[in-house]
Each structure stands twice: as C-alpha cells, then as structure tokens.
Design a protein around this ligand. Structure first.
Ligand SMILES: Cc1cc2nc3c(=O)[nH]c(=O)nc-3n(C[C@H](O)[C@H](O)[C@H](O)COP(=O)(O)OP(=O)(O)OC[C@H]3O[C@@H](n4cnc5c(N)ncnc54)[C@H](O)[C@@H]3O)c2cc1C
Length: 404
C-alpha cells in the first residue's frame, strides 16, 4: 500500500549492519541516508568469517558472486587456511553444520557500501550524530556497542558487566606457538586460521585500556602461553571483553536499533556480525512498509534470537575459564559434544539455522528460512514445498505453507 510507505530513513553508522540495512531500505524504494563519524573505514581486525546461513541470506539478494570473489582473493593474499572450519563453541572445534565463509569484515563492508551507493543511498562520512533531530521519518541506530542513538532515545540496556580482557591481533611472532585453541592455567591463546592471527584471553576483569601496544600484547602472550615467544611487529590489534547486554525493545516510536547497538556480547562462536546482519534483513522490508504493527514484529522476532546468543556466549565464557571447576565443565562438555544430537543442537544454535519465527501457521517449516531462492528484487514469492504452495516473505522466511 503506497500510502503507508515510509519515505525516508536516517541510518546512523556505516558498519556492516548500517550498510546492509541501507541496501535493504533502498531496494524497497526508501530514501536512505547513512551518517558515519569516521572519514574512512576502520581497518582494525574484527570478524573474519560469516556463517553459512548469513551467506545464504546474502546470496538471496545477489551478493554471492562478490562475496565469493572477495573470499577467494583474501584466501590467496592472506594465506588463510580455513580447511575444515565449521564453527566453534568455546574453542571446542567439533561442530557440524553449514560451513563458514572466510571473509574479513572490512571486505564485506566494502561490498555492502558499493551496493548501497549503486542503489542510491547517500553515505555521509565524517558526520558524528549527537542528537536525534535528523529530519527523517525514522532513525535507526546501527552505531555499534557504545551507541549514541541508544542513549539519546532512552533505551534500557540491562545485562552483565565485563570480566575478562581479550586481545585479537595480526602480529609477527618469533618463537614456537602452536596453531588452534589452547587453554592454560593463565587463560586461552589461539592462533590461525589467518596467517599471524592471535587471540588471547585473560580472566582478570575488563581491559584496562583499549590501546594495544607491541609490549603489552607480547607480555600477555607470554603470560597466557607460558612460552618464550616475542612479538616483533603488530599489524593490527584490538581488545574485547564479555560485556553482555541487550536493549529491552528494539523500537521506541520512530527510533529503532540494529546490530551491536541493540546487543553486545563476547565474540565467542563468531556470532555478533551474523546476528546484526540478520537484524537488518528482518527490519528493512518491515520499516519500508511504514506499517507500525508489522514493525513491532521486528522486536518480537529478533529480541529472542539476540537473547539466546547472549546466553550462549556467557556459557562459553564459563566453559573456558581456567579455574578447576570450569576445567571439569569443559571436559564434560567436550565429551557431550561427541554425541551427534548435542553437536547438531549446539551447531544449529550458533549458526542460527534453527531460528523459527511465529507466523500463525502450524506447519513445522513455517517461520524458517528457505535457502536457494532469488529474492534480489526484495519482494517475497510463492513456491511449492512437497507439493504444497508456500509463501515466502521478503527476508526469505516461509510465512505460510498449505491452504489458507
Ligand atoms: C575482536 C572481535 C572479533 C569479532 N569476531 C567476530 C566473528 O568472528 N564473527 C561475528 O559474527 N562477529 C564478530 N565480531 C563482532 C562484530 O565485529 C560486530 O558484531 C559487528 O561489527 C557489528 O556491526 P555493527 O554495524 O552493528 O556495528 P559496528 O561495526 O561497531 O559499526 C558501527 C558504526 O557506527 C559508527 N558510529 C558510532 N557512533 C556514531 C555516531 N555517534 N555518529 C555516526 N557514526 C557513529 C562507528 O564509527 C561504526 O562505523 C567480533 C568483534 C570483535 C571486537
């Protein structure tokens, strides 16, 4: 219905979630402006892969050729060794499920930004938002974990505080450091699959500073690994922690939140980027309609999904702590993961392949995502499943199966 259509939206933040949301809105004919405080894209190492499910969703919009090309280019240039990567849970590399697609967050952002510009989105860099009077019908805060929009609009953001210092870096290491995840009495250290990538965890409270120097990274690596290793050069490095919070609603009137602005948690299981991108797929078409009741289903559908990720990341933190009780919990969990049902359940949870939205239809597949469709026009479609007609929403989820 044209009369209900949203005419313009301001998206705050040109991270992956803001850029994908802008693409979705523009695809549905909404005039979209993205405001980003940084003048150029940040090159700090963050996510290095997307889940199979996120890949399938991007593919439904025609992103697969660009994603495949970037992934292959990075695999060659950066000597990524992703063989056998299927996802991890608390460093227990035993998960089945859809394969991961190795792709740096920066490469994904480049792809999304190019598509957004092609679709006519105005991206204004070097603009820091400090107030909400932005002159558009709706404002969406995609401005990350320290979201200004969230604070300005008065969203509640309850949760638990940080308990650990995590590091992620690409560095040149001199000395013997084994690949894979290693738990030690002092924490966790991991190397690979990307050449030079190290990840460290010390369970000593939140990071004292966001600044990572060669010296403090080396000192942490030596403490955690107990090895006589040196770091000769740091190419990129960041700290992270397990601050775990989620807004109580994703919408307050004409202000909405998506991605890290709505939920923060530790990067265990590599879920944050996927969660945020899937928020954007859920929100974009609904916001474009201007239908307030439909827009409220955004919180109803995505809040429980985010909540589950928060809870499983807290569990992963508990599983990796170095104290004797957590060590035993880890050993027990490791045994349980040998059971196919347990593997399948945890794998589906981390990959989000078991997400099922409430649609009012009681067919077991209703509300689930249907991969393999071409929805590049942004419109839903109908298809036939087991000889029965099925209706697919613009975000690729089955809304109804069978006769009405
Ligand atoms: C070390 C590390 C490893 C990770 N690994 C993984 C992984 O393997 N898999 C995974 O799925 N996720 C991973 N994540 C999580 C993932 O990086 C985040 O979930 C993702 O970046 C969230 O995207 P976003 O667009 O919501 O926010 P961001 O990427 O934080 O983007 C927010 C944007 O908003 C801009 N902004 C902020 N405030 C303002 C303002 N006031 N005005 C204008 N612009 C503003 C910022 O400059 C930024 O560009 C990792 C994170 C970290 C830190």
């Amino acid at each position: 219905m044209l009369s209900m259509k949203t005419s313009d939206v301001t998206v705050v933040g040109a991270g992956p979630v803001g850029l994908l949301l802008a693409c979705e809105l523009a695809l549905h004919g909404v005039r979209t402006t993205v405001l980003e405080r940084l003048t150029t894209r940040a090159d700090t190492i963050k996510a290095q892969m997307i889940s199979g499910r996120t890949y399938e969703m991007l593919a439904m919009r025609g992103f697969a050729p660009a994603v495949d090309a970037a992934s292959e280019e990075e695999a060659t240039r950066l000597a990524w060794n992703s063989r056998g990567s299927t996802g991890h849970f608390a460093g227990l590399f035993k998960l089945d499920g859809l394969p991961l697609v190795m792709l740096s967050q920066q490469a994904l952002e480049r792809i999304l930004e190019a598509r957004a510009r092609d679709l006519g989105v105005e991206i204004r860099r070097g603009v820091e938002v400090t107030g909400l009077d932005l002159g558009s019908e709706y404002v969406v805060g995609c401005d990350g974990g320290r979201s200004t929009v969230r604070g300005l609009a008065g969203f509640d953001f309850p949760g638990t505080g940080p308990t650990l210092t995590g590091y992620q870096a690409i560095a040149d290491v001199d000395g013997d450091l084994p690949n894979g995840w290693h738990r030690t009495p002092a924490g966790v250290h991991a190397s690979g699959p990307l050449q030079g990538r190290i990840m460290l965890i010390e369970y000593d409270g939140p990071p004292a500073t966001r600044e990572v120097t060669r010296e403090n990274l080396e000192a942490a690596l030596r403490r955690v690994s107990g090895r006589d290793v040196r770091i000769t050069r740091v190419h990129t490095a960041t700290t992270w922690t397990d601050n775990t919070r989620q807004v109580t609603t994703y919408r307050r009137g004409d202000v909405l939140l998506a991605g890290d602005a709505a939920h923060v948690h530790s990067p265990f299981g590599g879920q944050g980027l996927n969660l945020g991108l899937q928020d954007a797929f859920n929100l974009g078409w609904k916001l474009a309609t201007g239908d307030s009741a439909l827009l409220d289903t955004y919180t109803a559908e995505r809040h429980p999904v985010g909540d589950r990720v928060l809870r499983n990341t807290l569990a992963q933190v508990a599983l990796t702590r170095p104290d004797p009780r957590s060590r035993e919990l880890h050993a027990l969990f490791s045994d349980l993961l040998d059971l196919p049902e347990v593997k399948a359940r945890i794998s589906a949870m981390v990959q989000g392949t078991d997400i099922r939205y409430e649609t009012g239809c009681d067919h077991p597949l209703a509300g689930t995502f249907l991969p393999g469709l071409d929805l590049s026009s942004g419109k839903g479609t109908t298809t036939v499943l087991d000889g029965v007609e099925a209706t697919v929403r613009p975000d690729g989820h089955l809304s109804w199966i069978g006769p009405r």
